[in-house]
Design a protein around this ligand. Structure first.
Ligand code: HEM
Length: 459
């Protein structure tokens, strides 16, 4: 249907006081998909006093991919992140244009997970010991525990050590940061709460300590890590990253990776444990990953059914269902005039729920990614890692995180969901995950850890 550019942008119905805060807080993906089906590819929503213009559907995804850099800035939407992290200049996600490209190229390798693969034995041991400390044969809520597993792994990436003593502050701080500053579903006044202020202080102090204690190495050395890379970037580009910014950048992997990866991993465990056939397949894949000792990149990538299950979770429960932006040009989209300086959200995952692309879209079906179907390869419809210039730099790291956790858990422990037929209830904490009714119990040990390569077995 031809539409005139004078068409009025429709508004999603909501409460006169808080607008659409409740559905945006509790079920953003579902809410945006429903509005897309009712109102079309452009509509407005309101969260408290924030007015948001939503662009959704395959055309919005194509626009973002091809013209995202020209039409939008992410800086205005995320502009206070660097201050919250203790820096003076914009972080990667707040930058645009040439400065963004320079920083992205400089940090890309560090975010890629390469440094984590090099520390596989340490990662596996840390996960094993955390899992071993869970009370035996006692059902415990999975989502909070998974967050600790993920933050331990990210600790090795960002700091070369496990952030055990600051784990609670890390978890609290990032949940509040996402809610207040990124998703803007909590009032800004929340940042004055004593708990928030204290946890922020602890996280800043952790980053400063890592910076001060880290010995400068050449990143190109085999064991160069994320901190080396940030140091190198700071030395080469002091205008973009002064020392305070560099210290703040060390918190980056936690901001970007902790809640996102914990969300996917928690759902993954749920779907594995509720389906005996998938459970058996994952156990077999975990055994294969450990067949020659500690896993490596190839043996983890060989966990194909686990990976397809995770891809299906990223479709069905995307941790980042929409991308916050501000328009920097007047333009026309699908017959509507989009004015500049509008706070927009690109609802990049609405397409994940449309039956014309993913038949029976609300049904979990990892078979969609089998070589004969590959539904995710249709253009502009499967984009859990975003689109355009800010597309996720940590997608391969995310793979590694959920694969390591799954491999260690199912290789080394007998695990059950209790009760075995527990229904899934999704909670936003701050990103989607199964609520605390999803409980898992470790019933016993299957295999001990492999011996370290080169370590002599006891006589
Ligand atoms: C399954 C888990 C993850 C999902 C679904 C995810 C999703 C996303 C999305 C949608 C964006 C784009 C945001 C935007 O355009 O506004 C993004 C950006 C980013 N992600 Fe991820 N992410 C995940 C895990 C990770 C991990 C583990 C890391 C690293 C430790 C990471 C690092 C980054 C970085 C650095 C950016 C910013 C890139 C830039 O601004 O150029 N992500 N992520």
């Amino acid at each position: 249907m031809a539409v005139s550019s004078t068409m009025t942008i429709p508004v999603a119905p909501g409460s006169p006081i808080v607008g659409n805060m409740l559905p945006m807080l509790t079920a953003m993906g579902e809410f945006l998909t429903k509005q897309y089906l009712r109102l079309g590819p452009v509509f407005r929503v309101r969260v408290l006093n924030h007015r948001l213009l939503v662009l959704a559907g395959p055309e919005a995804n194509a626009l973002m991919k091809k013209q995202g850099h020209r039409l939008f800035t992410s800086g205005a939407a995320m502009q206070d992140i660097h201050q919250v992290l203790g820096g003076d200049n914009p972080t990667l996600i707040e930058l645009d244009g040439p400065d963004h490209r320079t920083m992205r190229a400089g940090l890309k390798d560090g975010y890629s997970g390469r440094t984590l693969y090099a520390q596989m034995e340490k990662l596996v041991r840390s996960q094993f010991h955390l899992l071993e400390s869970w009370p035996l044969r006692t059902p415990i809520a999975a989502f909070p525990r998974v967050k600790r597993l993920v933050s331990s792994l990210l600790g090795y990436m960002a700091t070369n050590q496990e952030p055990a003593e600051v784990m609670d502050d890390l978890i609290y701080f990032f949940r509040a940061l996402v809610q207040i500053h990124i998703r803007k579903v909590r009032p800004a006044s929340m940042k004055y709460l004593p708990r928030y202020v204290a946890s922020k202080r602890t996280v800043h102090a952790m980053a400063r300590r890592i910076w001060d204690e880290h010995h400068v190495r050449d990143y190109l050395e085999r064991d160069g890590d994320f901190v080396d890379l940030v140091r190198k970037f700071h030395a080469e580009h002091p205008r973009l990253m002064n020392e305070r910014d560099a210290v703040a950048a060390l918190i980056g992997p936690f901001v970007a990776g902790m809640d996102t990866a914990a969300s996917v991993t928690s759902f993954l465990l749920y779907y594995i444990l509720r389906d005996p056939e998938l459970h058996r397949a994952v156990v077999a894949e975990a055994d294969l990953a450990f067949a020659s000792g500690f896993p490596d990149r190839d043996s983890l990538r060989g966990m194909v059914q686990t990976r397809h299950a995770a891809m299906e979770i990223l479709r069905l429960h995307p941790p980042a269902p929409a991308l916050p932006r501000t328009s920097i040009a007047d333009f026309e989209f699908q017959g509507y005039r989009i004015p500049r300086d509008e706070y927009c959200i690109i609802a990049n995952t609405v397409t994940h729920h449309l039956p014309q692309y993913f038949p029976d879209p609300q049904r979990f079906n990892a078979g969609r990614y089998s070589p004969d179907r590959q539904e995710h390869l249709q253009p502009n419809v499967y984009c859990p890692y975003g689109l355009g210039p800010h597309t996720c730099l940590g997608a391969t790291t995310a793979d590694l995180l959920y694969l390591v956790i799954t491999a260690v858990l199912f290789r080394h422990f007998h695990v059950e969901m209790q009760p075995p037929d527990q229904a899934l209830h999704v909670v936003m904490n701050p990103l989607p995950g199964p609520d605390d009714r999803f409980r898992i119990a470790i019933i016993g040990t299957r295999y001990p850890l492999p011996r370290s390569p080169g370590r002599t077995p006891p006589a």
